[in-house]
Each structure stands twice: as C-alpha cells, then as structure tokens.
Write a protein that binds this ligand. Structure first.
Ligand code: PGA
Length: 257
C-alpha cells in the first residue's frame, strides 16, 4: 500500500517564500528514502517552480489545488487540465470543502473534474468529509457515502482505482480540532468499504489520507490506523520543518525497517 503525505498550501505564500519552502523540501528529499510519497500542492503561480524543483528532488510530485471540468475554452480565470499536464503537474486536489463551500462545487461537477484528470493521466485527490452539524446529528457516514457516490458514479471502475481519497472532516480543517484516531480510522474503513462499490477489489489499494489539523504532535496516532495511508496537510505544510517531520512520522509508522 502506498503512503502519501501531501501539502495543500491553499492561498498562502509568495514567490520568495514559496521558492524557499520548495528548495528546502527538494534538498532534503535527495537524502531520504522515498517509501513515503511527498506531494506538494502550491497555488497555480508557483506550479512551474515546484515542477522544476520536483525534477531535481526524489519522491516529490506536484499537485494543483483545482482545475476546470472542461479541457479549454472561454472560461476566464480558470485553469485547464491539459495546461497542468503540459507543465509536468502529476495530480490535482478536487472536492476540497473550501471549494464546495465558497465556490459552490457540487459532487457532479467534481465528478467531471475527476474524469477529465484521469483521461489526462493526472491523479485526482478527492476530498470528502462531513460538517460539524452532520457529525453531531450522527449523519457523518451518510453524508460521506453520498459525496463518494455523487462524484464517482460516472467514473469507470478502472479510473476509480487510480484516485487518491482524502477524508477531511470539515469541523477539523484549520480549527485545531482533530478527529480522534478512532474516529478517523472508523471513517477511513467506512470509505474503503464504500469505494468497493465503484472500484471493486482494487479499493483495497486506494490510498485514503486523513486531513484536518494534522500536525507532528497528533500524526502518529492517526497514521497507525490500518486504513489511514497518510495525510493531506494544510497549515503544517507551510513550513518545511513540520512538513518534513510529518513525512518522517509516516515513514516510521508505515514503513518500519
Ligand atoms: P489543515 O487543512 O491541516 O490546516 O486543517 C487541511 C486541509 O484543508 O487540507
């Protein structure tokens, strides 16, 4: 099973600070083993710089944070999957709760993005997760099952087998609240079970990352979960130190020598 630690920078950093962070991660990567895959997802303006750095690094993939569901055309301000591919970007986050909440993205629209990414050979990192009120009402499983079904219904099983999923309870994102290891493992196992409907037995090998205030001080407990295959990290991915530490923790927990 793959283990992945991905950094979602969101709308943070500027050219100089982005270059410094990439440079630090790239330099560090050449001395490490690459059992844990590192993914960096900077904002669009820094993707090119990130791809250059990844070419010199080891085990580093660059992801975009978003893409459009059409290949190209009159969509002012949008970025197309073929553009990302032509730069050397290997993956793309889709369905992040911030895109669902602030940009009105629906499961169907997210499903179209997933299809297009797969057609172009990029890995979709599909985010799902319930809101606080869903959890409090005991609807968290139902909500996440619906998100998975809504986005993957039109994706062929062979395509679904290629995706990476991130379980990100919305109440834990950027809040300092984290799902307990037991809550996270329970949801990851549930997600894997749901994925079987769409990917068949290959669901066993789909990496499912945990996201939501995952930091070096709580990562170990989360990463030990049998169905937790790494993390999608926001705040703690903006500095090289904590991000490297998270990768090292994942390595210790998932790939003991
Ligand atoms: P956070 O963000 O680690 O800052 O909570 C995670 C995410 O939104 O991907």
């Amino acid at each position: 099973m793959r283990t992945i630690v991905a950094g979602n920078w969101k709308m943070n950093l500027e050219a100089a600070s982005a270059a410094r962070l990439l440079d630090d991660l790239g330099t560090w990567s050449v001395q490490r083993t690459t059992e844990v895959e590192m993914i960096v997802a900077p904002p669009f303006p820094f993707l090119s710089m990130a791809v250059d750095q990844a070419r010199r690094a080891r085990g580093m993939t660059v992801a975009a944070q978003n893409c459009h569901y059409e290949e190209s055309g009159a969509f002012t301000g949008e970025v197309g999957v073929p553009m990302l591919k032509s730069l050397g970007v290997g993956a793309c986050i889709v369905g992040h709760s911030e895109r669902r909440e602030f940009f009105g993205e629906t499961d169907v629209l997210i499903g179209r993005k997933i299809l297009l990414l797969l057609q172009h050979g990029l890995t979709p990192i599909y985010c799902c997760g319930e809101k606080r009120e869903d959890r409090e009402a005991g609807r968290h499983r139902e909500v996440v099952a619906q998100q998975i079904k809504g986005a993957l219904a039109m994706v062929p099983a062979t395509g679904t087998a290629q995706i990476v999923v991130a379980y990100e309870p919305v109440w834990a994102i950027g809040t300092g609240l984290t799902a307990t290891p037991a809550q996270a493992q329970e949801m990851h196992a549930f997600i894997r079970h749901e994925l079987k409907q769409f990917a068949g037995p290959a669901a066993q090998d789909i990496p499912i990352l945990y996201g939501g205030s995952c930091k070096p001080d709580n990562a170990r407990g989360l990463f030990v979960g049998a169905d937790i295959n790494g993390g999608l990290i926001g705040g703690a991915a903006l500095q090289a130190g904590p991000f490297r530490e998270l990768i090292e923790i994942a390595e210790e927990v998932k790939c003991p020598h």
